[in-house]
Ligand binder design. Sequence first.
Ligand code: FES
Ligand code: FES
Length: 153
Amino acid sequence: MPTIFVLNGQSATLDADPTMPLLWALREIAGLHGTKFGCGMALCGACTVHLDGQAVRSCVLPLSAVAGRQVTTIEGLQSKQAKAVQAAWVALQVPQCGYCQSGQIMSATALLEKNSTPTDADIDSAMSGNICRCATYPRIRAAIHSAAAAAGA
Ligand code: FES
Ligand code: FES
């Protein structure tokens, strides 16, 4: 049975097994490869997307769970907070290998869309589920502060 939902602002109909993880559907059916597969067990955050504005792990979310809802991937980020995050990531040269960074940006954007002036503790809490094997954490935190300042300006 097809699953109908809003994907990056446009109506999408994916004809796939409704138990398929959303990550699989995004990458293999919708052809959106910005969302990465890491652990497949909701442990690393590489697969983070937004579901109705909340950061969620698409590797453990069945496609059926997004029916009638709004899914945003790294390809569809539009908000001023998202633009500020992406600009800060470039300015501060956050990525190293880059593998985790799509998920990091999705979590950082979800945080700033809810909290325009996060503290270090807020950032650490919001980002705790996103693992970076290259340990870019100090640059991630600095970039989030920079993006918060830019988005609030
Ligand atoms: S791939 Fe989903 S949390 Fe690691
Ligand atoms: S930049 Fe390499 S895993 Fe995070």
